[in-house]
Design a protein around this ligand. Structure first.
Ligand SMILES: [Zn+2]
Ligand SMILES: [Zn+2]
Length: 359
Protein backbone atom coordinates (compact mmCIF):
# COMPACT_ATOMS: atom_id res chain seq x y z
CA UNK A 1 0.00 0.00 0.00
CA UNK A 2 1.35 3.40 -0.96
CA UNK A 3 0.86 6.76 0.70
CA UNK A 4 -2.55 8.28 0.02
CA UNK A 5 -3.64 11.91 -0.33
CA UNK A 6 -5.71 13.33 2.53
CA UNK A 7 -7.13 16.69 3.60
CA UNK A 8 -5.89 17.85 6.99
CA UNK A 9 -6.25 21.00 9.13
CA UNK A 10 -2.65 22.16 9.57
CA UNK A 11 -1.42 24.64 12.19
CA UNK A 12 1.71 26.12 10.66
CA UNK A 13 3.25 27.64 13.78
CA UNK A 14 2.21 28.31 17.40
CA UNK A 15 -0.94 30.44 17.46
CA UNK A 16 -1.52 30.21 13.69
CA UNK A 17 -5.01 29.44 12.32
CA UNK A 18 -6.06 26.01 11.08
CA UNK A 19 -5.78 25.71 7.30
CA UNK A 20 -7.11 22.72 5.42
CA UNK A 21 -4.60 21.45 2.90
CA UNK A 22 -3.69 18.36 0.92
CA UNK A 23 -1.09 16.11 2.58
CA UNK A 24 -0.07 12.48 2.21
CA UNK A 25 -0.34 9.78 4.87
CA UNK A 26 1.74 6.62 5.18
CA UNK A 27 0.11 3.20 5.16
CA UNK A 28 -0.28 1.51 8.57
CA UNK A 29 2.81 -0.23 9.92
CA UNK A 30 2.70 -3.21 12.30
CA UNK A 31 0.50 -2.36 15.29
CA UNK A 32 -1.13 0.60 13.49
CA UNK A 33 -4.48 1.18 11.83
CA UNK A 34 -5.54 3.65 9.15
CA UNK A 35 -8.86 5.29 10.02
CA UNK A 36 -11.20 7.16 7.66
CA UNK A 37 -12.11 9.90 10.13
CA UNK A 38 -15.78 10.93 10.26
CA UNK A 39 -15.71 13.29 13.25
CA UNK A 40 -13.34 14.73 15.82
CA UNK A 41 -14.17 16.68 18.96
CA UNK A 42 -12.34 19.82 20.05
CA UNK A 43 -10.75 19.50 23.47
CA UNK A 44 -9.23 22.27 25.59
CA UNK A 45 -5.85 20.58 25.18
CA UNK A 46 -6.06 21.24 21.41
CA UNK A 47 -6.06 24.98 22.18
CA UNK A 48 -3.06 24.61 24.48
CA UNK A 49 -1.20 22.68 21.77
CA UNK A 50 -2.21 25.10 19.01
CA UNK A 51 -0.87 28.00 21.08
CA UNK A 52 2.50 26.26 21.50
CA UNK A 53 2.16 25.78 25.27
CA UNK A 54 2.96 22.08 24.83
CA UNK A 55 6.00 21.11 22.75
CA UNK A 56 4.11 20.01 19.63
CA UNK A 57 6.25 19.77 16.46
CA UNK A 58 5.00 22.43 14.02
CA UNK A 59 3.60 22.45 11.40
CA UNK A 60 1.17 20.10 13.11
CA UNK A 61 -2.13 18.31 12.66
CA UNK A 62 -4.00 18.21 15.98
CA UNK A 63 -7.27 16.52 16.96
CA UNK A 64 -7.50 13.78 19.58
CA UNK A 65 -11.18 12.86 19.88
CA UNK A 66 -11.39 11.09 16.54
CA UNK A 67 -14.08 8.69 15.39
CA UNK A 68 -14.37 6.90 12.09
CA UNK A 69 -14.16 3.67 10.17
CA UNK A 70 -11.13 1.40 9.81
CA UNK A 71 -9.73 1.68 6.27
CA UNK A 72 -6.73 -0.64 6.67
CA UNK A 73 -4.87 -2.47 9.43
CA UNK A 74 -1.18 -3.23 9.77
CA UNK A 75 0.29 -6.52 10.94
CA UNK A 76 -0.34 -7.59 14.54
CA UNK A 77 -3.74 -5.90 14.77
CA UNK A 78 -6.48 -8.44 15.27
CA UNK A 79 -9.26 -6.75 17.28
CA UNK A 80 -10.49 -4.53 14.43
CA UNK A 81 -10.79 -4.96 10.69
CA UNK A 82 -11.57 -2.74 7.69
CA UNK A 83 -15.15 -1.45 7.86
CA UNK A 84 -15.34 -1.45 11.68
CA UNK A 85 -16.56 1.74 13.37
CA UNK A 86 -14.10 2.96 15.98
CA UNK A 87 -13.52 5.70 18.52
CA UNK A 88 -9.97 6.88 19.11
CA UNK A 89 -8.51 7.66 22.52
CA UNK A 90 -5.11 8.53 23.94
CA UNK A 91 -1.97 6.53 23.21
CA UNK A 92 0.13 4.43 25.60
CA UNK A 93 3.03 2.01 25.32
CA UNK A 94 1.19 -1.14 26.39
CA UNK A 95 4.30 -2.48 28.10
CA UNK A 96 5.10 -0.44 31.24
CA UNK A 97 3.81 -1.28 34.76
CA UNK A 98 0.94 1.23 34.53
CA UNK A 99 -0.17 -0.14 31.16
CA UNK A 100 -0.01 -3.70 32.51
CA UNK A 101 -2.16 -2.54 35.46
CA UNK A 102 -4.81 -1.22 32.97
CA UNK A 103 -3.93 2.36 33.96
CA UNK A 104 -2.64 3.64 30.59
CA UNK A 105 -3.21 7.29 31.54
CA UNK A 106 -0.15 6.91 33.78
CA UNK A 107 1.99 5.26 31.08
CA UNK A 108 5.66 6.15 31.55
CA UNK A 109 5.64 7.19 27.90
CA UNK A 110 2.42 9.28 28.09
CA UNK A 111 3.93 12.69 27.28
CA UNK A 112 5.88 11.77 24.12
CA UNK A 113 3.15 9.48 22.83
CA UNK A 114 0.40 12.08 23.22
CA UNK A 115 1.81 15.59 23.15
CA UNK A 116 5.05 15.44 21.23
CA UNK A 117 3.85 13.82 18.04
CA UNK A 118 6.90 11.57 18.25
CA UNK A 119 6.72 8.39 16.22
CA UNK A 120 8.83 5.41 17.04
CA UNK A 121 11.41 4.48 14.41
CA UNK A 122 9.65 2.73 11.55
CA UNK A 123 6.20 4.23 12.26
CA UNK A 124 4.65 6.32 9.52
CA UNK A 125 3.17 9.79 9.53
CA UNK A 126 2.07 12.76 7.45
CA UNK A 127 3.95 14.38 4.60
CA UNK A 128 3.86 17.69 2.74
CA UNK A 129 5.89 16.67 -0.31
CA UNK A 130 9.09 15.25 1.17
CA UNK A 131 8.75 17.27 4.41
CA UNK A 132 7.24 15.58 7.48
CA UNK A 133 4.30 17.30 9.20
CA UNK A 134 3.85 16.94 12.98
CA UNK A 135 1.41 14.06 13.44
CA UNK A 136 0.54 11.21 15.80
CA UNK A 137 -0.75 13.72 18.37
CA UNK A 138 -2.47 11.54 21.01
CA UNK A 139 -1.61 8.70 18.63
CA UNK A 140 -4.09 10.00 16.04
CA UNK A 141 -4.02 13.65 14.72
CA UNK A 142 -7.66 13.37 13.67
CA UNK A 143 -8.50 16.82 12.25
CA UNK A 144 -8.05 15.13 8.88
CA UNK A 145 -9.85 12.84 6.47
CA UNK A 146 -7.56 9.96 7.50
CA UNK A 147 -5.53 9.27 10.64
CA UNK A 148 -2.98 6.66 11.68
CA UNK A 149 -3.85 5.24 15.08
CA UNK A 150 -2.56 2.33 17.12
CA UNK A 151 -3.70 -1.04 18.35
CA UNK A 152 -4.09 0.28 21.93
CA UNK A 153 -6.04 3.49 21.27
CA UNK A 154 -8.75 2.18 18.92
CA UNK A 155 -12.06 1.15 20.50
CA UNK A 156 -14.48 -0.77 18.28
CA UNK A 157 -18.13 0.35 18.54
CA UNK A 158 -21.38 -0.79 16.94
CA UNK A 159 -21.96 0.46 13.39
CA UNK A 160 -25.36 1.98 14.21
CA UNK A 161 -23.94 4.52 16.67
CA UNK A 162 -23.68 8.24 15.75
CA UNK A 163 -19.92 8.81 15.52
CA UNK A 164 -20.25 12.61 15.53
CA UNK A 165 -21.89 12.45 18.96
CA UNK A 166 -19.62 9.82 20.45
CA UNK A 167 -16.24 11.14 19.27
CA UNK A 168 -15.64 13.11 22.52
CA UNK A 169 -15.95 9.96 24.62
CA UNK A 170 -12.26 9.36 23.81
CA UNK A 171 -10.99 12.29 25.91
CA UNK A 172 -13.20 14.98 27.46
CA UNK A 173 -16.18 12.87 28.41
CA UNK A 174 -14.20 9.91 29.74
CA UNK A 175 -12.09 12.35 31.78
CA UNK A 176 -15.11 13.69 33.68
CA UNK A 177 -17.13 10.49 33.82
CA UNK A 178 -14.16 8.20 34.51
CA UNK A 179 -13.03 10.36 37.42
CA UNK A 180 -16.40 9.96 39.13
CA UNK A 181 -17.17 6.34 38.22
CA UNK A 182 -13.79 4.62 37.94
CA UNK A 183 -11.23 6.46 40.05
CA UNK A 184 -13.20 8.12 42.86
CA UNK A 185 -16.01 5.53 42.71
CA UNK A 186 -18.52 7.99 44.14
CA UNK A 187 -21.07 6.04 46.17
CA UNK A 188 -24.84 6.62 46.43
CA UNK A 189 -25.59 9.54 48.73
CA UNK A 190 -22.09 11.03 48.67
CA UNK A 191 -21.65 14.73 47.88
CA UNK A 192 -19.70 16.13 44.91
CA UNK A 193 -18.73 19.69 44.01
CA UNK A 194 -17.50 20.27 40.46
CA UNK A 195 -15.49 23.36 39.60
CA UNK A 196 -16.12 24.33 35.97
CA UNK A 197 -19.10 23.48 33.75
CA UNK A 198 -17.27 22.73 30.52
CA UNK A 199 -17.40 19.35 28.78
CA UNK A 200 -15.35 17.64 31.51
CA UNK A 201 -17.34 19.21 34.37
CA UNK A 202 -20.73 18.48 32.80
CA UNK A 203 -19.67 14.90 32.05
CA UNK A 204 -18.81 14.62 35.73
CA UNK A 205 -22.33 15.88 36.56
CA UNK A 206 -23.90 13.21 34.33
CA UNK A 207 -21.69 10.55 35.94
CA UNK A 208 -22.51 11.78 39.46
CA UNK A 209 -26.19 11.32 38.63
CA UNK A 210 -25.44 7.78 37.37
CA UNK A 211 -23.54 7.15 40.64
CA UNK A 212 -26.60 8.40 42.57
CA UNK A 213 -24.60 11.07 44.37
CA UNK A 214 -26.62 12.89 47.00
CA UNK A 215 -25.56 16.50 46.55
CA UNK A 216 -24.18 17.66 43.21
CA UNK A 217 -22.96 21.27 43.15
CA UNK A 218 -21.25 23.07 40.29
CA UNK A 219 -19.33 26.33 39.90
CA UNK A 220 -19.05 28.34 36.67
CA UNK A 221 -19.02 31.97 35.56
CA UNK A 222 -21.36 31.37 32.58
CA UNK A 223 -25.07 31.38 33.48
CA UNK A 224 -26.01 29.31 30.40
CA UNK A 225 -23.61 26.55 31.48
CA UNK A 226 -25.12 26.49 34.97
CA UNK A 227 -28.60 26.20 33.41
CA UNK A 228 -27.39 23.20 31.44
CA UNK A 229 -25.77 21.71 34.53
CA UNK A 230 -29.14 21.93 36.31
CA UNK A 231 -30.85 20.19 33.39
CA UNK A 232 -28.26 17.42 33.61
CA UNK A 233 -28.80 16.92 37.34
CA UNK A 234 -26.75 19.45 39.29
CA UNK A 235 -28.72 20.48 42.35
CA UNK A 236 -26.74 23.52 43.49
CA UNK A 237 -25.02 26.09 41.28
CA UNK A 238 -22.66 28.95 42.08
CA UNK A 239 -20.82 31.61 40.13
CA UNK A 240 -18.19 32.21 42.85
CA UNK A 241 -16.47 29.54 44.92
CA UNK A 242 -17.38 31.43 48.10
CA UNK A 243 -21.04 30.77 47.25
CA UNK A 244 -20.59 26.99 47.59
CA UNK A 245 -21.78 26.15 51.07
CA UNK A 246 -21.14 23.22 53.34
CA UNK A 247 -18.58 20.44 52.92
CA UNK A 248 -18.28 17.80 50.22
CA UNK A 249 -16.95 14.25 50.02
CA UNK A 250 -15.38 15.09 46.66
CA UNK A 251 -14.35 18.29 44.88
CA UNK A 252 -13.33 17.98 41.22
CA UNK A 253 -11.30 20.80 39.70
CA UNK A 254 -11.80 20.98 35.94
CA UNK A 255 -10.80 24.66 35.64
CA UNK A 256 -7.01 24.56 35.97
CA UNK A 257 -7.22 27.82 37.95
CA UNK A 258 -4.54 27.49 40.64
CA UNK A 259 -6.16 30.17 42.82
CA UNK A 260 -9.23 27.95 43.26
CA UNK A 261 -7.32 25.05 44.82
CA UNK A 262 -6.87 26.36 48.34
CA UNK A 263 -10.57 27.28 48.71
CA UNK A 264 -11.37 23.92 47.09
CA UNK A 265 -9.51 22.08 49.87
CA UNK A 266 -11.52 24.05 52.41
CA UNK A 267 -14.72 22.63 50.87
CA UNK A 268 -13.72 19.05 51.71
CA UNK A 269 -15.24 17.14 54.56
CA UNK A 270 -13.16 14.87 56.82
CA UNK A 271 -11.30 12.38 54.56
CA UNK A 272 -12.70 14.15 51.51
CA UNK A 273 -10.80 14.10 48.22
CA UNK A 274 -9.87 16.92 45.84
CA UNK A 275 -9.36 15.57 42.31
CA UNK A 276 -7.14 17.60 39.98
CA UNK A 277 -8.29 16.73 36.45
CA UNK A 278 -7.62 19.91 34.42
CA UNK A 279 -4.58 21.06 32.44
CA UNK A 280 -2.58 23.22 34.86
CA UNK A 281 -0.21 26.07 34.09
CA UNK A 282 3.29 25.94 35.54
CA UNK A 283 3.36 27.24 39.10
CA UNK A 284 2.26 26.32 42.57
CA UNK A 285 -0.90 26.60 44.60
CA UNK A 286 -0.66 27.78 48.21
CA UNK A 287 -2.16 25.01 50.32
CA UNK A 288 -2.79 24.90 54.05
CA UNK A 289 -0.96 21.68 55.02
CA UNK A 290 -2.44 21.59 58.50
CA UNK A 291 -6.00 21.82 57.14
CA UNK A 292 -5.26 18.86 54.86
CA UNK A 293 -3.51 16.72 57.48
CA UNK A 294 -5.81 17.29 60.41
CA UNK A 295 -8.97 16.45 58.45
CA UNK A 296 -7.46 13.45 56.64
CA UNK A 297 -8.12 15.14 53.31
CA UNK A 298 -6.58 13.86 50.10
CA UNK A 299 -5.51 15.53 46.86
CA UNK A 300 -5.14 13.32 43.81
CA UNK A 301 -4.19 14.00 40.19
CA UNK A 302 -6.19 12.03 37.61
CA UNK A 303 -5.34 11.66 33.92
CA UNK A 304 -8.12 10.83 31.42
CA UNK A 305 -10.39 9.77 34.28
CA UNK A 306 -7.90 7.05 35.24
CA UNK A 307 -9.64 4.71 32.80
CA UNK A 308 -8.62 2.08 30.32
CA UNK A 309 -10.56 3.37 27.26
CA UNK A 310 -11.04 -0.08 25.74
CA UNK A 311 -12.88 -1.13 28.90
CA UNK A 312 -14.55 2.13 29.91
CA UNK A 313 -15.83 3.53 26.59
CA UNK A 314 -18.12 0.51 26.02
CA UNK A 315 -19.56 1.18 29.50
CA UNK A 316 -20.21 4.83 28.56
CA UNK A 317 -21.92 3.70 25.36
CA UNK A 318 -24.26 1.50 27.40
CA UNK A 319 -25.19 4.56 29.50
CA UNK A 320 -25.67 6.59 26.30
CA UNK A 321 -28.00 3.94 24.82
CA UNK A 322 -29.97 3.88 28.09
CA UNK A 323 -30.43 7.67 27.99
CA UNK A 324 -28.31 8.16 31.12
CA UNK A 325 -25.48 9.99 29.33
CA UNK A 326 -27.30 12.65 27.28
CA UNK A 327 -24.17 14.01 25.63
CA UNK A 328 -26.19 15.44 22.75
CA UNK A 329 -27.10 18.27 25.16
CA UNK A 330 -23.49 19.51 25.31
CA UNK A 331 -22.42 18.97 21.68
CA UNK A 332 -22.57 21.26 18.67
CA UNK A 333 -21.46 19.99 15.25
CA UNK A 334 -19.43 22.04 12.77
CA UNK A 335 -18.37 21.34 9.19
CA UNK A 336 -14.66 20.69 8.65
CA UNK A 337 -14.27 23.95 6.71
CA UNK A 338 -15.61 25.85 9.75
CA UNK A 339 -12.96 24.50 12.15
CA UNK A 340 -11.70 28.02 13.00
CA UNK A 341 -15.24 29.11 13.92
CA UNK A 342 -15.61 25.97 16.07
CA UNK A 343 -12.38 26.77 17.95
CA UNK A 344 -13.49 30.37 18.50
CA UNK A 345 -16.83 29.22 19.95
CA UNK A 346 -15.05 26.69 22.19
CA UNK A 347 -12.56 29.27 23.40
CA UNK A 348 -15.12 31.96 24.27
CA UNK A 349 -17.24 29.42 26.15
CA UNK A 350 -20.39 29.80 24.03
CA UNK A 351 -20.18 26.16 22.89
CA UNK A 352 -19.40 23.42 25.40
CA UNK A 353 -18.21 20.64 23.12
CA UNK A 354 -17.68 21.38 19.43
CA UNK A 355 -17.35 18.36 17.17
CA UNK A 356 -15.96 18.69 13.66
CA UNK A 357 -17.76 16.56 11.07
CA UNK A 358 -15.11 15.49 8.58
CA UNK A 359 -16.39 15.34 4.99
ZN1 LIG B 1 2.90 2.32 29.19
ZN1 LIG C 1 -8.41 16.04 25.39
Amino acid sequence: MARIAIDAAVVERPGAPFRIERLEIDPPRPGQVLVRVRACGICHTDMIMRDGDLPVPFPAVLGHEGAGVIAAVGQDVDHVMPGDSVLLSFHSCGACPACHAHQPGYCVDFVPRNFLGVLQPGEGGLWRGDQPVGSNIFGQSAFATYALAHRDNVVKVDADLPLALLAPLGCGIQTGAGTVLETLKVAPGESVAILGAGAVGLSAVMAAVIAEAGRIAILDRHAHRLDLARQLGAIETASEIADLVGLFDYVLDTTGVLALLEPAVALLTQRGTLALIAAYPPGTAGLDASAIMSMGRRIVGIVEGGVNPRQFIPRLITYYRDGRLPIEKIIKAYDFVDIEQAFAASQNGSVIKAVIAIY
